[in-house]
Design a protein around this ligand. Sequence first.
Ligand code: GTP
Ligand code: ZN
Length: 352
Amino acid sequence: MSLLPTLEEQIFRARAELRMGLAVAVDGWIAASVETLRPDRLAAMRALGPAVLAITARRAETLKARAYDGELARIEIPADADLGWMRAVADPSADMMTPLKGPFQTARGGDSAPHLAAIMLAKSARLLPAMLMVRAPAPDGMPTLPARAVIDTLAAEAVLHPVAAARLPLEASEQSRLHIFRPEDGGIEHYAVEIGDPSRDTAPLVRLHSACFTGDVLGSLKCDCGPQLHAALSTMGGAGEGVLLYLNQEGRGIGLANKMRAYALQNQGFDTVEANHRLGFEDDERDFRIGAEMLREMGFSAVRLMTNNPRKVAMLQSHGIDVVERVPLILPANRFNRDYLATKAEKSGHLL
Ligand SMILES: Nc1nc2c(ncn2[C@@H]2O[C@H](COP(=O)(O)OP(=O)(O)OP(=O)(O)O)[C@@H](O)[C@H]2O)c(=O)[nH]1
Ligand SMILES: [Zn+2]
């Protein structure tokens, strides 16, 4: 094997580069994240050629800009636009205070695959999905990523490997083990808590939990994650067995920084779904195939799933895990999370 990175490794490296504020080359375009771009690099990029801002159709909807490319839009950049203008297009935090500076012209026709690839890279880097794109060949030494390969690689199922496991006595059960799974893409690890010694031939109780730093660790009252986490563990402890998968998909897959941006929008009166859309994300950006893969890797093919979310059931089911029963996991609401839970029931199909 060569010491040089493969194409896939270059794609995963590009994600880290964007987080640092570096530009990457995608099929004849130089792309950088609007969120991490610095003024000197912006100037260097604009000197190379004509530029557009790639944003999602969700963000374009808020900006009242036409999206001609399906899930994304290419916003024309006025000659006098500075980094502040680009940040305002990318970041909805000031939408209400400084109503938008449209009308926005959007590009139509031509190949938008490099723009889609760039947006997918931004999302997978947990950055705001807004990319400055300049049409120019890659400078010497910068590898050019093929757009199609970026799109296919980022949409493909992540490959995970178990890396370590050890006994971990918990309040909920002294007979617990924690397993760590590491994705090949250099992304964040995911965990499985195995309680007791569930038989691989029967369907154990399983909880697919998505990370919520605010709820799980801080005891935030804005959601139901912390109480759900503890209720799931103690039910499994009481039953003597079960598996809790802790997927590091903070904020329904948008990352903690973006979740806090969403909370700031919720403080302005938007609900949890509207806030995600205004930021340019879908309601739910999570990839539950990870959960199916971890279960398969641990030897399970059928589960009794603790959830109120029919999408989790459907996603496991379509990825080779038989959900023989859905076990509701409903905790009492409080005055801070009542609207959030109602929105999940109304708009996201949660069964309450
Ligand atoms: N983007 C966003 N994420 C949120 C918000 N509130 C909570 N979350 C995240 O939502 C996820 C909730 O995860 P889960 O409890 O596993 O999933 P669920 O879809 O509610 O389904 P069940 O609890 O299984 O019924 C966590 O990743 C939280 O960080 C919010 O207002 N915005
Ligand atoms: Zn939460």
